[in-house]
Structure formats: structure tokens, C-alpha cells
Design a protein around this ligand. Structure first.
Ligand SMILES: Cc1ncc(C[n+]2csc(CCOP(=O)(O)OP(=O)(O)O)c2C)c(N)n1
Ligand code: SF4
Length: 277
């Protein structure tokens, strides 16, 4: 077992769902190392927010990006060195508000990166403003009378953006998360996992999830079958919440296609420098 601890003091609130996600990521990394993946070939890219503090707590190569820009950063890293396993840790605010365009385009391109979206359904680090997935009626600092808008379904967004791996897990289910994350990292192409992660300080919905979640069978599904499962929960209070691998598809990656298309056409650096001079 590799010790992935760091000396950084943990500043998450006691009981936060992020602790479960951290434990699952450690488990996955250890399993990958046991299977021969080199530690230096695993890169963690964080966004900004409570969830993104994970890079402080994991002794791995990492890059702290800007809010909403970690997916573009991860894509750049994967493009520069296709041998790396790139894992992006991001909150729902970073992924679905500030960074939504990067998320959609990385999925469309099938970039070979794994996105772990810690979904606490609000901007937690800034003390509870609403995001695109906050339920209608949620009261917080920016919505004292309650959110008036309907939430979006991020998994439906991923399906329509042509994501080739879509899964959902829950921070209270460490083994389930770890095995899904391992599958996502091994998937050749863009993998998106939504992790339901209660924020005990601003939206404590552990009980709600404990009553609603159920695990689905691990099998291949058509887009229509996946959509049916994805639409079971409306991100308000109606419906049951399926957990597991909802959809996956084999498709050439962005990095492969780009590298193939430029093979033999690499720019002559000396010539470029001469032009600049
Ligand atoms: C471009 C930009 N907008 C806003 C902020 C302020 N900000 C810092 S953390 C944060 C909330 C993060 O929320 P989320 O991405 O959902 O992650 P969480 O804290 O919930 O894990 C915000 C709005 C920022 N740093 N940069
Ligand atoms: S504010 Fe919420 S998400 Fe952030 S550490 Fe505290 S409980 Fe966790």
C-alpha cells in the first residue's frame, strides 16, 4: 500500500462528503499502482473549491488550475503526454457554471481524461450560493427566498454531448466509488463521474440520498436505455437515483486523432525561430 498522505492540514468540515471521495480515490490509486501503473504517470488536476482541496491531501503529481478551467488544463496535459492518466477533480459550480463550455467540448472531443464532479449542488467554499444543479426552492446566501429556476440534469447533458463514459456514485459508498473510478481511469476516452457529495454545512442531504439511491447492474446499455435511467431523478425531490456505470461507448480519442493528423507534419522549430527573429 502506497502512503498517499501529505503533511497538509485538512480543513474540510467534520462529516463532509469529500472525506469519502478522498478515501475512494486513494483506494483506486493504490489498486492502479498494484496493477503496474507508475505513480509518476498519474496526474491529478484540481479546480477551485472545497472539493479541489483534494490535491493538497494526496501525494500525487498535481496541478491546481483556475475555477472552471481545470478541464481545459487536463485536456492540455493529456494532449502533451498521452501516457498520463489525467484525473480532474471539480465541483458542480466549476463544472456546470464557470466551466460548462469546457466540459461539453471535452466530452464531444472524447479527450482521454477522467472527470470526478463532486456534486454538493451548490458553491460550497463561498458559503452556499446556488449552481445549475441546485434544487428548485433551495434557500441560501444568493437565494434567500429560494431558487426559482429548475436544475439541469448533468448526466443528460453529458449524454447529449457525446461523453463515452457516464457514471454516478455516492460519497457514502467508498467501494462503489473506487471501483467506478478505476473503470473510468481505464476507459480509453472521456469519462465523467458524478459523485453525490453532501455538504454538511450548507446542504446536508445524506438522509435524502440514503433513501433514494440504488445500485444498477453493470452491463452494456444503448443510449435510449441509459437516458431512461438518467431521467429517473429530476434533481428536485422526485424519483429514485440510480448509481453505477450508466453508459459507455468505444470511440477514438481526441489525443489519438490529433496525434495521427499531425504525424510527420511537426513544425520545424528552427524555421519557426528564424521567422520570429
Ligand atoms: C472565475 C471565478 N469565479 C468565482 C470564484 C470564487 N469562488 C471560489 S471557490 C467558489 C465556489 C466553488 O464551488 P464549486 O465549484 O461547486 O466547488 P465546491 O466548493 O462546492 O467543492 C467560488 C464561486 C473564483 N475563484 N473564480
Ligand atoms: S463547506 Fe461543505 S463542501 Fe465545504 S468542507 Fe464544509 S461541508 Fe464540505
Amino acid at each position: 500500500m502506497e502512503n498517499l498522505e501529505t503533511s497538509c492540514p485538512n480543513t474540510w468540515c467534520p462529516g463532509c462528503g469529500n472525506f469519502g471521495v478522498l478515501a475512494a480515490v486513494k483506494k483506486t490509486v493504490n489498486s492502479l499502482l498494484d496493477q503496474g501503473v507508475k505513480k509518476e504517470n498519474i496526474v491529478l488536476v484540481s479546480d477551485i473549491g472545497c472539493s479541489s482541496k483534494s490535491t493538497d491531501y494526496l501525494n500525487l503529481n498535481s496541478f491546481d488550475s483556475l475555477h472552471g478551467r481545470s478541464i481545459a488544463t487536463g485536456l492540455g496535459i493529456a494532449l502533451a503526454n498521452p501516457d498520463l492518466k489525467v484525473i480532474v477533480v471539480i465541483g458542480d459550480g466549476g463544472a456546470l457554471n464557470e466551466g460548462i463550455a469546457h466540459l461539453v467540448h471535452a466530452a464531444k472531443r472524447n479527450s482521454n481524461i477522467t472527470i470526478l464532479m463532486h456534486n454538493n449542488r451548490l458553491f460550497a467554499l463561498t458559503t452556499g450560493q446556488f449552481t445549475a444543479v441546485s434544487p428548485k426552492g433551495l434557500k441560501g446566501k444568493s437565494t434567500p427566498e429560494g431558487v426559482t429556476e429548475e436544475p439541469i440534469n448533468p448526466l443528460e447533458l453529458m449524454l447529449d454531448s457525446r461523453a463515452s463514459f457516464i457514471g454516478r456514485s455516492y460519497s457514502a459508498k467508498i467501494d462503489h466509488m473506487a471501483s467506478l473510478i478505476e473503470k473510468a481511469v481505464k476507459h480509453d476516452g472521456f469519462s465523467f463521474i458524478e459523485i453525490l457529495q453532501p455538504c454538511v454545512s450548507f446542504f446536508n442531504n445524506f438522509q435524502f440520498y440514503n433513501e433514494k439511491v440504488y445500485e444498477i447492474e453493470d452491463k452494456e446499455r444503448t443510449k435510449e436505455e441509459a437516458r431512461k435511467l438518467i431521467e429517473e431523478w429530476n434533481y428536485n425531490s422526485e424519483g429514485k437515483i440510480p448509481l453505477g456505470l450508466l453508459y459507455s461507448q468505444k470511440r477514438d480519442t481526441y489525443e489519438n486523432l490529433i496525434n495521427k493528423s499531425i504525424k510527420g507534419k511537426e513544425p520545424d522549430i528552427k524555421k519557426c525561430l528564424q521567422i520570429r527573429l
